[in-house]
Design a binder for this molecule. Structure first.
Ligand SMILES: Nc1ncnc2c1ncn2[C@@H]1O[C@H](COP(=O)(O)OP(=O)(O)OP(=O)(O)O)[C@@H](O)[C@H]1O
Length: 320
């Protein structure tokens, strides 16, 4: 499957911990060659979903398949799915390079792949240092390198931008784009911030309280582009824009919102109609507001939210 993505299908996925439903009849598809942002407030059920996809948590109902197969049935799991669910699970006394070499040896992967990955993820200078001394950002890079060891078709990353500085975030964006667009891998990235993945994700799946609240392309979510324009006679400008094929709707305080991505067309139309332009502002969807309105009041990990019953004790590692 090298160099090709696999389709990940989540269907009717449900996880109950005692009487508490962490993931509730969740269905969505993650397509190859694209980056899918998996979004939701803290406690929405993202990690539980990803753990079920990787066979670490047993679903109460439903299933997750990777090119039609459950994770546990994959013939070559490391070459099919690479995952970084937490960036801290390294032996603190072992260097990053040794950590990867141990993983590679266990999986029968050539050690040359380790140096290739250290290079790719930008950590060669740190590779001989103890992983315990790594910054959070370095741990994230090491976790990413470990996830990529088997050159998997699918990459699953839980909050990979956590702890990265702005430069690291920019690097991560480019890196994930390269993996999805150039190599055709399927990339699923969770985050509790829509803005964080807005520049990278092609598709988004938004959950709240374990349920799907929105799914689609990032472009669909951002809506149609528009330009806010102010002039002395909004009605006259609306008519002129209408004649130029641009729809308008009334904006705040006598402004007009023109449904186009092209501010120049709006400005030129106003000029041709002899109307002054007092303001011309391309509008973007307010993603923070949109995300908030979709998931409002559903942060189950915050004070005030109903507590999760600890009906099922877990070690965080075994199958719950
Ligand atoms: N083993 C468990 N027993 C009981 N409740 C659990 C267990 N694991 C998770 N939960 C609860 O399920 C809900 C979903 O948790 P999950 O970690 O999947 O959310 P998340 O979206 O990944 O959030 P975060 O970003 O905070 O990790 C939370 O309210 C959490 O407290």
């Amino acid at each position: 499957m090298e160099g090709r993505g696999a389709r990940v299908e989540v269907s009717g996925l449900t996880k109950r911990f005692g009487g508490f439903t962490a993931v509730d009849d969740l269905s969505f598809v993650v397509e190859p060659g694209r980056i899918t942002g998996f979004l939701g407030p803290n406690g929405a059920g993202k990690t539980t979903t990803l753990r079920m996809a990787l066979g670490l948590v047993r679903p109460t109902a439903g299933r997750v398949t990777i090119d039609g197969q459950a994770y546990v049935d994959l013939a070559d799991p490391l070459g099919t799915v690479g995952a970084a669910l937490e960036a801290t699970s390294f032996h603190p006394g072992r260097s990053g390079r040794d950590h990867l070499r141990v993983l590679a040896a266990t999986a029968g992967i050539a050690t040359t792949r380790v140096d290739e990955l250290l290079e790719l993820t930008g950590i060669p200078a740190f590779a001989r240092r103890r992983a315990g001394a790594y910054s959070m950002g370095m741990r994230q890079r090491l976790a990413l390198a470990a996830a990529l060891l088997g050159d998997p078709s699918v990459l699953v990353l839980d909050e990979p931008a956590n702890g990265l500085d702005p430069e690291g975030i920019r690097w991560l964006r480019g890196f994930l784009r390269m993996l999805s667009r150039d190599q055709g891998k399927t990339v699923l990235v969770s985050s509790h911030l829509l803005q964080e993945v807005a520049q990278t994700a092609d598709d988004v799946v938004i959950i709240a309280n374990g349920r799907l609240v929105r799914q689609g392309t990032m472009a669909e979510l951002q809506g149609e582009p528009s330009v806010l324009v102010r002039t002395s006679d909004p009605d006259a400008l609306a008519r002129a824009l209408g004649a130029a094929g641009v729809a308008t709707t009334p904006g705040p305080d006598g402004a007009l919102s023109a449904t186009t991505a092209d501010p120049r067309l709006v400005g030129d139309t106003a000029l041709a109609a002899g109307l002054p332009v007092w303001e011309l502002t391309p509008q973007r969807a307010d993603l923070e507001q949109l995300f908030f309105s979709l998931t409002e009041g559903t942060n189950r990990n915050q004070a005030g939210a109903p507590p999760a019953p600890d009906a099922v004790p877990t070690t965080g590692r075994g199958i719950a």
